[in-house]
Design a protein around this ligand. Structure first.
Ligand code: SF4
Length: 239
């Protein structure tokens, strides 16, 4: 009699345990499914609209949020930059400044091509102007990349080349990097042409460029050739 009661209790406990497990598993599955859908399925216009209205780190932005991104699902080239400067914040146009002029020269493209989202996507590590520090602009806001970057990148299925500009973009796009920025750029052939580590084109980097003439002598001509090939291929609809 006692044995029968114990057996019944064990059976009830086991059944409740199985139900609890199923519920937990189902909740976990639902959470993963939601995350998966969120990360991969949100259509690009909806996602860009969400970015446009983002205020996540508004309290830390001296001029308030104004995300500056350029994204097109057909683009084969991505520029992974740092964060907009003040001038870009005011115009709302990516690289609409002296850095952009130099970057376009390095790439060998016109402003029209550069600002055509079907050809070039531009995703800085922080989308809004972060303000000024003691020596130049502050780093990109750390909240931005975890919130938006993977979801936006998931829409760039045709990428063949990512220009990774400066330390913060290298930390993300060259994970596990041990070298300095200069060394990473010097070893550009290692990940060529998929990932191209580059110095920031800002006039503040004139001294770096003077100390490292090989960058403009060796990397830049190869970069221009490859970009011309990618753009030509795109207009011929090859590949
Ligand atoms: S920097 Fe990024 S996270 Fe911060 S408000 Fe702008 S879009 Fe949002």
């Amino acid at each position: 009699m006692v044995g029968g009661v114990i057996e019944k209790r064990v059976m009830i406990q086991r059944a409740s345990f199985v139900v609890a497990c199923r519920e937990q598993l189902s909740a976990l599955c639902n959470a993963w499914a939601k995350l998966y859908i969120d990360v991969t399925m949100t259509d690009l216009p909806t996602l860009l609209e969400q970015v446009r209205h983002c205020t996540i780190c508004a309290d830390n932005l001296p001029l308030g949020p104004r995300p500056v991104v350029q994204l097109g699902t057909r683009s084969r080239i991505l520029i992974a930059g740092q964060a907009p400067g003040r001038k870009v914040h005011e115009s709302g146009i990516a690289f609409d400044d002296a850095s952009g002029e130099r970057l376009r020269r390095w790439m060998g493209v016109s402003p029209e091509t550069f600002h055509d989202a079907d050809k070039v996507s531009i995703l800085p590590m922080g989308f809004c102007y972060p303000g000024k520090g003691k020596s130049g602009d502050l780093p990109p806001r750390p909240e931005c990349a975890p919130q938006w970057r993977a979801r936006l990148l998931s829409h760039l299925g045709k990428l063949e080349m990512t220009l990774v500009i400066g330390q913060y973009a290298m930390d993300y796009h060259l994970p596990g990097r041990k070298q300095s920025v200069t060394e990473a750029v010097r070893q550009w052939r290692r990940s060529w042409p998929a990932v191209v580590p580059m110095p920031h084109p800002s006039p503040r980097n004139n001294r770096w460029l003077g100390n490292n003439p090989w960058f403009e002598q060796e990397l830049v001509p190869e970069l221009q050739n490859k970009i011309a090939e990618l753009l030509q291929c795109q207009s011929d609809a090859c590949g």
